[in-house]
Design a protein around this ligand. Structure first.
Ligand SMILES: [Zn+2]
Length: 269
């Protein structure tokens, strides 16, 4: 059998599911960032594989001494310096652009991402919930308000909240830190509302993301997986697009553009 055939058939199914849905949510994991050259945390080439597992008490250390935490972070010498540099250099890939186009076409209503890299926004997406925060923002530990990192000159360490003078930490969720309540509530809202969920580059085995596809499916949503590898969720998906998101998602969008028929060919005028 032609190796393309199962993917063609799955693209056909997936485009029909997305086209028929009223409210589609994408749950996005590290796989999409890996395709932009950002290493995953675990597995071959992973950040922790190289550096060793980090201390699990990052948040507790921050709270105990925010000045020391910020001093180390700003020195550029902490254990994440190289990883942070990689994030600075990363650009959105075709998968990020495909999701942003789906949003513009009214075919994707929300993105729940486990990534902190801001690449969805850089690609033009706007309806985004970041479970683990955004590396370009700061968040107040007292009132929860978020601010763009670039608005702070870091002369005052630790930086302070302009609203309540609380200590600001990076918005990125540290080890040992609870997921911010507003992010969890947003995930819950969109998960319960959707009738189609795209699972992009995530095996969704880690809390809280692991729950979302299950809750969505129980509520009647149809799941579509986009992943080069089989995952524990594959068997409950209505369509499985087996391939890298940067290759597969643009082909899905091709079929969904106005004027395209189900095979992605433009209709003759
Ligand atoms: Zn505050």
């Amino acid at each position: 059998m032609n190796g393309e055939e199962p993917l063609e058939r799955a693209l056909e199914q997936a485009s029909q599911i997305v086209a028929a849905a009223d409210y589609t949510v994408a749950l996005v994991g590290a796989g999409i960032s890996v395709e932009s050259g950002i290493p995953p945390f675990r597995g071959p080439g992973g950040v922790w594989t190289k550096l060793g597992e980090p201390a699990m008490d990052g948040y507790q250390r921050f709270i105990a001494d925010p000045t020391a935490w910020w001093t180390e972070r700003l020195s550029g010498k902490d254990e994440f310096a190289e990883f942070l540099k990689t994030l600075d250099d990363a650009k959105p890939n075709a998968a990020h652009y495909a999701l942003a186009e789906m949003e513009r076409l009214g075919l994707l209503h929300h993105v729940i991402t486990q990534n902190i890299d801001n690449l969805h926004q850089e690609a033009g997406g706007s309806e985004i919930t970041e479970i683990h925060g955004n590396r370009l923002k700061l968040r107040c530990v007292a009132c929860g308000a978020r601010f763009p990192l670039r608005e702070f000159n870091m002369e005052e360490i630790p930086p302070r909240c302009p609203d309540c003078r609380g200590v600001l930490k990076t918005d990125t969720v540290l080890f040992g830190e609870p997921i911010p309540q507003d992010a969890l509530q947003s995930c819950d809202h969109h998960t319960r509302r959707c009738d189609c969920m795209l699972l992009v580059g995530t095996s969704a085995t880690v809390y809280p993301a692991a729950e979302f596809p299950i809750i969505a499916a129980r509520g009647g949503a149809r799941l579509v997986e986009v992943n080069p590898h089989e995952t524990p969720l594959s068997e409950i998906c209505r369509a499985v697009l087996r391939g890298p998101a940067a290759e597969v998602l643009p082909r899905l969008v091709e079929r969904l553009r106005p004027g395209a028929d189900a095979t992605g060919r433009e209709e003759k005028p």
